[in-house]
Design a protein around this ligand. Structure first.
Ligand code: URP
Ligand code: ZN
Ligand code: ZN
Ligand code: ZN
Length: 457
């Protein structure tokens, strides 16, 4: 058996919606139409009454990331498998060299780890220091590996963070290459000063993580990133934007005609900082950077998403187990590994709390979760589209299903789910990855190592 046909679903793209069959063979979509004739032996998925979406693209994940004295707990296999169960068929992860490490050496390490992925993957290259060598290595990974996006951390000063001078160097080199710079925007030195003050006052519980990184810390850095990009006449992509102050900076720049791309994540749309009030160190599960914001910011993000100011909803999937990883910071929030899982739940959360709640159209859902990340990061129309010739990465979503998110049933390799108890409308029933049925009615049939590395343009 080779081909597969998805019959009679409501095909949804960023622009369209229509009932059709989709026939896939050789890993590609080869025909779209009504009542398609297909060869005998073709596998059939009946999608009547269900939606058929392009496979989700998550342009912000951290599989098996060495970070804060430990390693994120999903590897490239378990993390992409959880993604497939949730309708995500492509990730763009980050190669993150340590300060003074060769970008090439880091590349080789990450590329080797990623060979176990069961879905296609690309990499952004984080640039964590700058100089002649780094400039040459940026050019080399762009040329050799099709890495067309670079990432700078304005946070994590003294570790992987860069200063403004280094950041300008990265922006200028990326500009010369025609590559995009993405930025984690938090004022690293301000965070450190606030952390020192809080810890000195004995304020060491998880909730002080949020106090050490207030929204103005992010807004300041977002504005600075935008200004540094402007200084080089370049667009910039803001990762995991969470707050009104940052949106204000983006709106200002866009009104002046500067191209600023914006990403947010479901946790910033759906949670507020009351999560840090949970007893018994449970707040640690929500320790991520930037932190979950006070009430009010979430509505601003939803509005920005619905009016097109936010381009992509990624996850920043970066799980750490509560019982042996988050506890590293039991007596000092600055030592709690920063990050949480989310890749498995993104599409269902965005359908439920976006589309079903009347905040997004189906087309907007596809646009922000599938199509725009493909366009921005050089994967379109191979990915992010349902058209003849595109990769056969699709998922089928049954809007009638109901479920509740729980760490006890999720596939992410972590013992907490930050969306525990969230009710979900609809469910991913089938996921097709490179023309193969990799998930069907709860049965995960992914193949370790089947994912391919994506050169980007
Ligand atoms: O807390 C987070 N977000 N951890 C992952 C690294 C990053 O800053 O994206
Ligand atoms: Zn970040
Ligand atoms: Zn608006
Ligand atoms: Zn991240």
């Amino acid at each position: 058996m080779s081909g597969i046909v998805i019959r009679n679903g409501q095909v949804v793209t960023a622009l369209d919606q229509y009932v059709a069959d989709i026939y896939c063979d050789g890993g590609k979509i080869v025909a779209i139409g009504e009542r398609l004739d297909v060869p005998a032996g073709t596998e059939v998925v009946d999608a009547s009454g269900q939606y058929v979406f392009p496979g989700g693209i998550d342009a912000h994940t951290h599989m098996e990331l060495p970070f804060m004295g430990t390693v994120s707990s999903d590897d490239f296999f378990t993390g992409t498998a959880a993604g497939v169960a949730g309708g995500t068929t492509t990730i763009i992860d980050f190669i993150i060299p340590s300060r003074n490490q060769s970008l090439i050496e880091a590349r080789d390490f990450w590329m080797n780890n990623a060979k176990k992925a069961c879905a296609d993957y690309g990499f952004h290259m984080a640039v964590t220091w700058y100089g002649e060598q780094v400039e040459q290595e940026m050019r080399r990974v762009h040329r050799e590996d099709g890495i067309s996006s670079f990432k700078v951390f304005m946070a994590y000063t003294g570790a992987i963070g860069v200063d403004d001078d280094e950041m300008i160097g990265v922006i200028d080199t990326a500009a010369d290459l025609g590559a995009l710079v993405t930025a984690h925007c938090e004022h690293g030195l301000a965070v450190q000063a606030l952390q020192r003050k809080l810890v000195a006052q004995g304020k060491t519980a998880p909730r002080y993580h949020a106090e050490s990184r207030p929204s103005w810390v992010e807004g300041e850095a977002t504005n600075r990133a935008i200004m540094l990009a402007k200084c080089s006449g370049q667009p910039i992509y803001i990762v995991h934007l969470t707050c009104k102050e940052s949106l204000d900076a983006v709106v200002r720049a866009r009104q002046e005609g500067q191209l600023v791309y914006v990403e947010t994540c479901p946790q910033y749309l759906l949670l507020d900082d009351s999560v840090y009030d949970k007893p018994d160190f449970e707040g640690a599960a929500y320790v991520m950077s930037p932190p979950i914001r006070p009430k009010g910011h979430q509505d601003a993000l939803w509005h920005a998403l619905s009016c097109g100011l936010i381009h992509h909803v990624a996850t920043d999937h970066c799980p750490f187990r509560q019982h042996d990883q988050k506890v590293m910071g039991l007596h000092d929030f600055t030592r709690i590994p920063n990050g949480a899982a989310g890749i498995e739940n993104r599409m269902a959360l965005m359908y439920t709390y976006g589309v079903a709640a009347g905040r997004l159209t189906l087309q907007q859902l596809v646009d922000v979760c599938c199509t725009q990340p493909a366009k921005i990061f050089g994967l379109y129309p191979r990915k992010g589209a349902i058209r003849v010739g595109s990769d056969a990465d699709l998922f089928v979503y049954d809007p009638a299903a109901r479920s509740t998110i729980s760490a006890s049933t999720h596939r992410q390799r972590v013992d907490r789910n930050i969306f525990e108890g969230f009710e979900i409308r609809g469910a991913v029933t089938n996921t097709v990855v490179a023309g193969k049925l990799a998930f069907t009615n709860g049965d995960l049939r992914v193949e370790r190592g089947a994912g391919r590395y994506l050169h980007r343009t």
